[in-house]
Design a protein around this ligand. Structure first.
Ligand SMILES: Cc1ncc(COP(=O)(O)O)c(C=O)c1O
Length: 467
């Protein structure tokens, strides 16, 4: 007799430690204290129906509203959302975006393949206008992972090479291609292999915890005389040795966050040029004003050959991502790299166009630069008062506070970070921790100075309470 139930797999390797955060005692205690019966019932239904996944299962809580910089849970508690998956640059539910989507739904709700439409073409023109350098040929996808894989295909086709070089600890998406160039164990190790061949990784720039062993000063600044930018040299070494790498792919500013040492990307650009290797920037979380410029790479004055954006492109409402490349890389017209069902969806295209208009017209990049500089100054002051803050860093509204057990040894204080997260949540501020001990703040670009002050007060109190 045959059975429809396959036997359980016996050979799934143990999950990495990060998997535990969803069921940590602190999280469970927080849930017991704060969630009522109705909310718990919803979480149980969710857990029963959705495939379980590390990092998102079981869910922490459920929300019923998202507006401006706030999310509101089922019991009416409001949290300033300083995480938002980096989709909420213009805040949740921007009235102008809602109106534009409504109008677009009335005018033209869908465009089948083989047809085009005004919003899709206008969006392509807009992206060409805001992208760095002469990037100008695009494809749209529904998610960032797909857009990254479009970039990989373009690179392979244009160079005739199949290898990629990327960084450990980077996340580039969950598809097989994106996971293969990603450097996070959760997404690439364990039961899903084998991954794509030809994907090599090197340790990333991470000055405060330089994987090449160089020390920074007490302000977390690298001593470039001493390290001679070992991270850029390692990359050059691999490109030279391999000789046939199609593309280097990286986030220009790492979402941890970590900023590149000055001159890093110029050095990488030169190396790529010397070896016929393309440079792909994944600006999915950092693009569209987050770091205080339209794109994070604008700070470095370096233009990639291909740039990928997503997340906030849909205005925090709709899923759309885009890959934009140099026009001369458009070499494989006889094949199909995307051809996604929603490639020219007029509603998602309209949402993206309107979002970019809002970012430009409301001066949100400039505001992110100013507010981010102000927040960073306050975080540096905070560091003077709290010895558990080992490092603060960031650019624009991508900010990180690294908690340590002592400054000298820089031992990560992951437990304290988790405690700070739940205390802050209790006081109305939501953010996430990265690498265990980095409190990562990615507020919307519409956050006011008063809201930033309130958030930083909550944060400082939570750090003090959990010292
Ligand atoms: C740097 C980076 N690349 C790619 C992705 C994947 O985007 P998506 O979740 O839309 O597939 C993400 C998402 O978090 C990201 O942060």
């Amino acid at each position: 007799m045959t059975s429809r139930t396959p036997p359980p797999r016996q050979n799934i390797p143990p999950a990495p430690a990060e998997g535990d955060v969803n069921t940590s005692p602190r999280r469970q205690a927080w849930q017991e204290q704060h969630l009522d019966t109705a909310c718990r019932a919803l979480l149980d239904r969710d857990a029963a129906l959705f495939l379980h996944q590390s990092v998102s299962t079981p869910c922490l809580n459920a929300i019923r509203r998202a507006e401006g910089i706030y999310i509101e849970d089922m019991q009416g508690r409001r949290y300033m959302d300083f995480h938002g998956n980096n989709v909420h640059h213009i805040g949740y539910g921007h009235p102008r975006l809602k109106q534009a989507i409504r109008e677009q739904m009335e005018a033209l709700p869908f465009t089948p393949r083989r047809f085009t439409c005004e919003p899709a073409v206008a969006l392509a023109e807009k992206l060409r206008a805001i992208a760095p350098g002469d990037l100008g040929k695009v494809l749209f996808t529904t998610g960032g992972s797909d857009a990254v894989e479009v970039a990989m295909k373009i690179a392979r086709a244009a160079t005739g090479r199949f290898k990629f070089l990327s960084f450990w600890d980077a996340f580039h998406g969950a598809g097989f291609g994106a996971a293969s160039i990603g450097g996070e164990q959760l997404f690439r190790s364990g039961p899903i292999g084998p991954l794509l061949g030809g994907c090599e990784h090197i340790p990333p720039f991470a000055c405060y915890r330089c994987p090449y062993g160089f020390a920074t000063d007490e302000n977390g600044q690298p001593d470039l005389q001493r390290c001679a930018m070992a991270c850029a040299n390692a990359l050059r070494y691999v490109l030279e040795k391999e000789g046939d790498i199609a593309a280097v792919i990286a986030e220009p500013a790492r979402a941890v966050p970590y900023l590149p040492p000055p001159g890093f990307w110029s050095a990488v650009r030169e190396t790529c040029n010397a070896h016929g290797t393309l440079l792909i920037f994944d600006e999915i979380p950092t693009g569209l004003g987050k770091t205080g410029r339209m794109f994070a790479c604008d700070h470095d004055g370096v233009t990639p050959d291909i740039l990928v954006m997503g997340k906030a492109l849909g205005g925090g409402m709709l899923p759309i991502a885009a890959t934009i490349c140099r026009p001369d890389l458009d070499v494989a017209g006889d094949y199909a790299f995307g051809h996604y069902t929603h490639e020219k969806n007029p509603i998602t295209a309209r949402a993206a166009l309107t979002t970019i208009d809002i970012i430009e017209e409301e001066g949100l990049s400039e505001h992110a630069a100013e507010l981010g500089a102000y927040a960073l100054e306050r975080l540096h002051d905070m560091k003077d008062r709290h010895p558990s803050i080992g490092d603060v860093r960031g650019r624009g509204l991508l900010l990180g506070i690294e908690l340590v057990r002592d400054r000298q040894d820089r031992i990560p204080a992951a437990e304290q970070a988790e405690a700070v997260l739940y205390t802050a949540l209790e006081n109305g501020l939501s953010f996430k921790t990265t690498m265990g001990n980095v409190l990562t703040l990615t507020p919307p670009l519409i956050t006011t100075r008063a809201e930033m002050d309130r958030a930083l007060n909550i944060l400082e109190q939570a750090i003090g309470d959990n010292a």
